[in-house]
Design a protein around this ligand. Structure first.
Ligand code: BGC
Length: 366
């Protein structure tokens, strides 16, 4: 009897140990979780590819999940990563405010939160921010329009990103800083925004004023919405708002859509349009003369900054930062990276010779 009891106990202990070991084997611990906003834009596919390349030789385990334009899905992703034991979360929010509950859950699990490219807003639960210099992106877009404009009274069409994305404000802030003096001196005449016209004498807009303009000319970062808006604007435009025009195109996906609409209008003699992201499709548009410029935000650098920061945190060091960004509740310590203006004159050097993309991805590149 006693002997039997011992044997059964031993058997149960062995069974328990086996199942614990099996469980450990099945769910590999992940140290760094990465959450990106959507797979529907080339920009974020780039980030995924560059992360994968950077992660190949990492001593830490990582996993990348996409939120597909939904804050609910984003929270699920963060929870799934928390369950896998992550210690650092690198997250680009779909919606800056909407990510608050996801990062709250992460902080409650003692995870260090790095906001990636887009700032998570109105929460204290974000530790670091890794970003491009987004105000400079807007300035570079606007400066290009200024540099390519001659004469007076050139119609200016303004478009913006999604109001749920803090970056849309930073881009617009930078653009307005450069454009406003040129509107005030008569070089440009705003063609598609009554809200912008109402504010055209204000050199520095506050957030509420920017909200009014962005609310009117937002593309929501969606090419279809950009196309519809551009069509509506051109249908409503008087003859003196056509001819040679300048267009503040917010990002490559929406700028190509807007450029297609302007290019198809027989009363538009020429247009200059900005963009950003150096998407492959836009590089081809620039080569073909259909989009004027883009802003190269070298994702390799952003990914490296984010990974260096995450690895530093895991190794127990304090990450180096270059400044802070206010997120509505706290000032978030940030590491910021510069951007490069690309047009047909430097596209080969900046994009191909730099090793960012291969020449074979494009046609007629000289
Ligand atoms: C990013 C841009 C991107 C846009 C739309 C912004 O937050 O900084 O690079 O084009 O979102 O996804």
């Amino acid at each position: 009897m006693k002997k039997n009891f011992k044997a059964v106990t031993l058997f149960l202990v062995v069974m328990m140990l086996t199942s614990i070991l099996a469980a450990c084997g099945n769910s590999k611990k992940i140290e760094i979780g990465i959450v990106l906003p959507t797979k529907d834009e080339e920009r974020w596919i780039q980030d995924e590819e560059r992360f994968k390349a950077a992660l190949k030789d990492s001593k830490y385990n990582t996993e990348i999940l996409f939120s597909q334009g939904s804050s609910a899905k984003e929270k699920e992703n963060v929870e799934a990563l928390i369950a896998k034991g992550i210690e650092v979360l690198i997250i680009c929010p779909f919606d800056g405010d909407g990510a608050a509950s996801a990062v709250k859950a992460a902080k409650e699990a003692d995870i260090t939160v790095i906001s990636y490219d887009r700032l998570i807003t109105n929460t204290k639960n974000v530790d670091y921010y890794v970003t491009f210099d987004s105000v400079s992106v807007g300035k570079a877009q606007a400066q290009y329009l200024v540099d390519k404009t001659t004469g007076n009274g050139q119609p200016l069409y303004l478009y913006a990103g999604a109001a749920t994305d803090n970056n849309a404000f930073l881009f617009f802030q930078g653009a307005w800083e450069v454009l406003q003096p040129k509107i005030a001196d008569g070089t440009f005449k705003i063609a598609n925004s009554s809200e912008a016209i109402a504010l055209q004498d204000v050199a520095t807009l506050d957030r509420e004023q920017m909200s009014k303009i962005i609310g009117q000319v937002t593309t929501n970062w969606e090419p279809a919405e950009a196309k519809n808006k551009a069509q509506t604007h051109l249908t409503a435009a008087a003859a003196d708002a056509k001819g040679d025009v300048a267009i503040l195109g917010p990002n490559d996906g929406t700028s190509r859509a807007i450029a297609d609409v302007f290019g198809a209008d027989g009363d538009i003699t020429s247009y200059v349009i900005s963009g950003q992201d150096a998407e492959k499709a836009t590089i081809q548009y620039i080569i073909d003369g259909k989009q004027s410029m883009t802003v190269l935000k070298d994702v390799r650098v952003l990914v490296k900054d984010a990974m260096d920061m995450a690895i530093g945190i895991l190794d127990g060091t304090t990450p180096a930062t270059t400044g802070t960004y206010p997120n509505g509740e706290i000032d978030v310590k940030a590491k910021q990276t510069d951007v490069v203006t690309v047009d047909k004159d430097n596209v080969k050097k900046a994009i191909v010779d730099s090793g960012y993309y291969e020449a074979k991805e494009f046609t007629n590149l000289k």
